[in-house]
Ligand binder design. Structure first.
Ligand SMILES: O=C(O)c1ccc[n+]([C@@H]2O[C@H](COP(=O)([O-])O)[C@@H](O)[C@H]2O)c1
Ligand SMILES: Cc1cc2nc[nH]c2cc1C
Length: 348
């Protein structure tokens, strides 16, 4: 996709008619009005996106974008390129946290190599490598504009393929050491905040490590002088291939009318980037959990979304997003099978 094609994308609003129809179905169920709170509106939103009041989210997947970040060379993470490769292999084997959770939740795992550092192919991952990791953004921009656009296109295309394969809902996930630094830097730029307001411990850091992470992000923000309204330049300067790919997944969800679940801080940074790139995309997003990373809350608030799980998760891979599936299943069992006021011969 070119920059011009991206700019020209127009997103239709999800169907107001089906939103209303689903809400009316909820209101007919013999329970307190809006008793299932935000879950009722989530189901209505899914109905509006998929244009039906017969909600079916049985064919589901989590897309896990795997990539490396050159910024790990600045020791902002306790782990380096080797750990991305190790966990990516585990992902391919089905032995990572998200693999286990997806298995239980009835979701397929779609692991995508959008840019790991090693030259060798990681078997079992879908090969969509845009580059062998990004550049160290403390020294030079992480990616060229062409790379950013190519990574966004990978994400959009993955959703197109999922649509063709009959998936009706998608969760987002990622894997890549250093990506809480890229996400924090992006959050600071997108929200106009300082490094200390948005930066957390990532996958675990010492006190000194955290202080260095602040300094690196602060230095980059000074270096690039990013404005809130230039999402493409923000991605290229301090972002990552996983983030750009996930922004593409959110855009793809809106284009192909598939609800896309946001995961943790990296996914949330990609979600806000997608909305800034193509306004209207956020209507196709579902929040899941509130990551322990401080930027997550700020990013979700900017999108006007409130997560339903608050459990200090800080794992990534799409684990929090996958956790929403069994919750939605439980809620749908009420939507599909509960007695209505009519069934109990009660008129409101
Ligand atoms: O999703 C989150 O909110 C999240 C929070 C903390 C850590 N992570 C995961 O940990 C890795 C990044 O941690 P770090 O410290 O290397 O930036 C990456 O693989 C993420 O999937 C993810
Ligand atoms: C072991 C490990 C597993 C992960 N999964 C996602 N990010 C990760 C980071 C680490 C360090």
């Amino acid at each position: 996709m070119t920059k011009e094609e991206l700019k020209k994308l127009v997103i239709d609003s999800p169907s107001k008619e089906f939103y209303k129809k689903v809400k009316e179905n909820w209101d007919g169920i013999a329970k307190p009005l809006n008793g299932l709170g935000q879950f009722e509106t989530m189901i209505a939103q899914i109905g509006a996106i998929t244009e039906t009041d017969k909600i079916d989210i049985s064919k589901r997947a989590v897309i896990v974008m795997c990539a490396d970040n050159g910024i790990v060379e600045e020791k902002i993470s306790s782990f380096g390129y080797e750990m991305t490769a190790i966990i990516a292999e585990e992902l391919a084997r089905g032995t990572t946290s998200v693999s286990r959770m997806a298995l239980r939740a009835g979701a397929d795992v779609i692991p995508v190599n959008i840019g790991t550092h090693q030259e060798e192919e990681i078997k079992g991952l879908i090969q969509r490598k845009v580059a062998a990791g990004t550049k160290n953004f403390y020294l030079e921009p992480a990616m060229s504009e062409e790379e950013v656009l190519e990574a966004i296109t990978v994400g959009v295309d993955m959703v197109k393929e999922c649509k063709e394969r009959g998936f009706s809902i998608l969760a987002t996930g990622e894997l890549g050491m250093g990506n809480t630094t890229t996400s924090s830097a992006m959050a600071a730029a997108l929200l106009g905040l300082g490094a200390e307001e948005v930066t957390g411990m990532g996958a675990g850091l010492s006190k000194e490590g955290l202080a260095r992470k602040y300094e690196i992000i602060k230095g980059a923000l000074e270096k690039y002088q990013l404005r809130k309204d230039e999402p493409l330049r923000i991605l290229g300067s301090v972002g990552g291939l996983d983030l750009a790919g996930l922004a593409g997944v959110f855009i793809g969800g809106a284009l192909y009318h598939i609800p896309v679940i946001i995961d943790g801080v990296i996914s949330a940074a990609a979600a806000l980037t997608a909305e800034r790139l193509v306004p209207g995309v956020k209507e196709y997003m579902l929040p899941s959990h509130l990551s322990k990373e401080p930027a997550a809350k700020l990013l979700l608030a900017e999108l006007g979304l409130s997560p339903v799980i608050d459990a200090s998760l800080a794992l990534g891979e799409g684990t929090g997003a996958v956790l929403l599936f069994p919750m939605l299943d439980t809620i749908l069992s009420v939507y599909e099978g509960s007695s209505t006021f009519q069934d109990i011969n009660y008129s409101l």
